[in-house]
Ligand binder design. Structure first.
Ligand SMILES: Nc1nc2c(c(=O)[nH]1)N[C@H]1C(S)=C(S)[C@@H](COP(=O)(O)OP(=O)(O)OC[C@H]3O[C@@H](n4cnc5c(N)ncnc54)[C@H](O)[C@@H]3O)O[C@H]1N2
Ligand code: MOO
Length: 413
């Protein structure tokens, strides 16, 4: 039996070990297939965006000084020189006292610095426009280079290409980007009692759940999950599958056999491999204490607890941020980027000091205020608690718990 359990690490210590693993290599990907991928290299803008000054409104382009002090009771009168078309840059300049009709998105002519919305104008006939509003220079104008300036950094390495970033790439005509390869996540379930999903379990057997839940969570975090099947409690068999999985993966996740039961052999299997190091055996979180982290060559192996609920929680708390980190995200472990929901605790929750608790909670609407966070208690070996939960409430290690009515942050699942 290993003694690692005596040295449980805090979550932040465990995360520091995870962060030491390098992200995957870069590959070129067409920009429209790069959604949610992470840039491996920073990008400079190849051009100004907008390429010139563009109107944000339908109205008249003018020089703000020509409508200085204009109001409902004291309008300014300008001569309309032309109608600008949305698809053509104007080839004329405004003289003082003149304006030009401009559609939303149209390029401003020389001499114009602002746009008055059509609602604040009146056509008086014979080309005269009444302007009933005073404007500041730049009003209703999108400035040249305001979205991106030529030669300046547009996106930094390590940024995730969200919808917003894909839009910028489209606007700049950047057709291909270098992003980190999606981490290949090999998944192994261990245990003599496990049978395949399509098998009818005999008494004493159960169907393999973790291969599937862990794969879902790995894919959700940007990994490419591959299941390497079920391995019984047989050391040679586990060593062989582990080797196969490592050869084809950037990260191997094993579930089961991480605790200190005598048949738990994840540690022994890792120890049978060359150039390995057990980095952690035990982390001070609940559920999830028996989690293992090892290095084989330069690849990480994470041993997840076997309990179906614990495996999912550990994947959410540590596994998913780790996969995002391997996928290149710079802020993978940043708590502020997690989807959180503020809620009010429905009842007292005690917690042991020195251990961070992840309590499954159900969010219920409450009249005229924050939603109620209703703890869902139950064994980590049951699926029910997570099925009934909307999120995880974190009780910090130094806390003895929360009181009914406390405002809490819930990690949305
Ligand atoms: N005396 C103690 N017993 C246990 C402790 C402890 O501290 N002292 N810790 C408990 C906690 S907490 C957890 S979590 C589990 C961790 O166990 P292992 O990671 O070693 O996993 P197993 O023993 O292999 O399995 C536990 C449980 O989960 C079921 N299981 C495993 N894999 C799957 C799967 N792929 N699909 C569905 N269910 C699975 C397995 O049948 C067991 O029932 O240890 C506690 N015990
Ligand atoms: O650590 Mo176990 O993972 O609490 O249920």
């Amino acid at each position: 039996m290993k003694q690692g359990f005596l040295h449980t690490l805090s979550r932040s210590q465990f995360q520091e070990l995870l962060k030491a693993f390098a992200p995957t290599a870069a590959e070129p990907v067409p920009f429209d297939q790069a959604h949610q991928r992470v840039l491996a290299e920073g990008l400079l803008s190849p051009e100004d965006l907008p390429a010139g000054r563009r109107s944000a409104m339908d109205g008249y382009a003018l020089a703000a000084r020509d409508a200085f002090g204009a109001s409902e009771s004291n309008p300014a009168y300008l001569e309309c020189l032309a109608e600008i078309e949305v698809n053509r840059a104007p080839d004329f300049a405004l003289e003082p006292g003149t304006c030009a009709w401009i559609p939303t998105g149209g390029f401003l002519p020389q001499g114009a610095d602002s746009v008055v919305m059509v609602e604040y104008t009146q056509e008086m006939g014979a080309g005269t426009i009444e302007v009933r509003q005073s404007l500041a220079p730049g009003e209703n104008v999108m400035e040249q280079g305001e979205d991106a300036a030529s030669g300046e950094p547009a996106l930094s390495a390590g940024s995730r290409l969200r919808t917003q970033e894909i839009g910028l790439l489209a606007a700049l005509g950047i057709g291909s980007v270098r992003v980190h390869r999606r981490p290949r996540v090999g998944i192994i379930s261990t245990g003599d009692e496990l049978v395949a999903v399509d098998a009818k379990p005999q008494l004493g057997q159960i169907r393999d759940v973790n291969s599937y839940t862990v794969a879902c969570l790995a894919e959700e975090a940007g990994g490419v999950a591959r299941r390497f099947g079920i391995v019984g409690d047989d050391l040679d068999g586990l060593v062989a599958v582990l080797q196969t999985a490592l050869a084809d993966s950037d990260l191997v996740l094993l579930s089961g056999g991480s605790s200190k039961g005598t048949r738990d052999m994840t540690i022994a299997a890792i120890e049978a491999l060359p150039d390995m190091e057990i980095l952690a055996h035990g982390v001070s979180i609940s559920p999830g204490k028996p989690t293992i982290l090892a290095r084989v060559g330069d690849k990480p192996v994470v041993g997840l607890p076997g309990q179906v609920g614990s495996a999912q929680v550990v994947m959410t708390v540590l596994g998913q941020p780790f996969i995002r980190h391997l996928a290149g995200a710079r802020q993978a472990f940043e708590e502020i980027l997690r989807p959180l929901r503020r809620a009010r605790l429905a009842r007292n929750l005690a917690s042991r000091q020195g251990r961070e608790d992840f309590v499954r909670v159900r969010l219920e609407p409450a009249a005229g205020g924050l939603p109620l966070a209703q703890p869902v208690m139950g064994k980590s070996g049951l699926l029910r608690t997570l099925l009934q939960s909307h999120g995880l409430l974190v009780i910090p290690a130094e806390s003895e718990g929360f009181q009914q009515g406390d405002e809490v942050d819930v990690w949305v699942l």
